[in-house]
Design a protein. Sequence first.
Length: 350
Amino acid sequence: MEYRPLGDTGIKVSSLALGTMTFGQQNTESEGHAQLDRARDHGINLIDTAETYSIPPKPETQGSTERIIGTWLKARGGRDKVILASKVVGRSDNTWLRADGSRTRLDARNINEAIDASLRRLQTDYLDLYQLHWPDRAVPLFGNKASDRARGSGEGPEVAIEETLAALGALVQAGKVRHIGLSNETAWGVHRFLLAAERGIGPRIVSVQNAYNLLNRTYENGLAEFAAREGVGLLAYSPLAQGFLTGKYLDGARPAGARSTLFNRGQRYEKPGTEAAIKAYLALAAEAGLTPVQLAQAFVTSRAFVTSNIIGATSIAQLQETLDTLSVTLPAEVEEKVDALFQLHGSPAP
């Protein structure tokens, strides 16, 4: 396992992180514990979760993932060996996330309630990394247009970035959070958070967690430069494009027990042009003597701007297959062919 700097924090995180959003719906508590054990045994020290997990978000399962991680931490110990990351939701109309039934916003009241609830569920008194799950303002999210978000974001003006950062700073001062990061963010948003920190409003962000995979390389345009120039690297999620890059959903297939079969939430990877791109990358993997998982995962992990590649699985076998990609290095000729396919197909699933 390679360990990479998390910004200028002095913390080094594993090049693979364990994503846990399946814990509580697709995975039971014991299965979640087994995944955490396997990940730790292979050197993974970064565990990523969120207050809204498990996915898909529902009132009856909200917080279940954090609770499962919390019981694992209590049973196994070694909290100081784990880099624990969670997230507070951005602006939404989901009224079941807060005790008073109000819409969520990235203001101090919401952030304070969210962090205290997460810490209780996780059975810890601090988080190593606390991230904004998505912005308070309307931006393109999860494959949707910014205008779609604006129409469904409820009433009231957006919370200013400076106000949000000041609230996060208070958590750092209180010792509840060590460092802060963003998620599903744009280059403009990253820039504004960095400027606000320079003005002394709050702490500096150390990471951005965005989708990044062979079907969605939009992070390279504008955001990737922050890793080299500002030390703000990418925590890449969805490296297998919700499983679409394995080929299991080709030609409309819906395997039993698969996420898109169960929840019908794969529209981001069903847009025009995605299937043609998937077939091209599958053909390249076969030509290179690689599995689809090896090609997709090794591509993400090896990018210079990636701090950690957040992997996820619903079975130990799937998890192990991804862990085994740590031994895969893409030859230069494969890298060249990946870039050639990117020229043809671009990012069909932003």
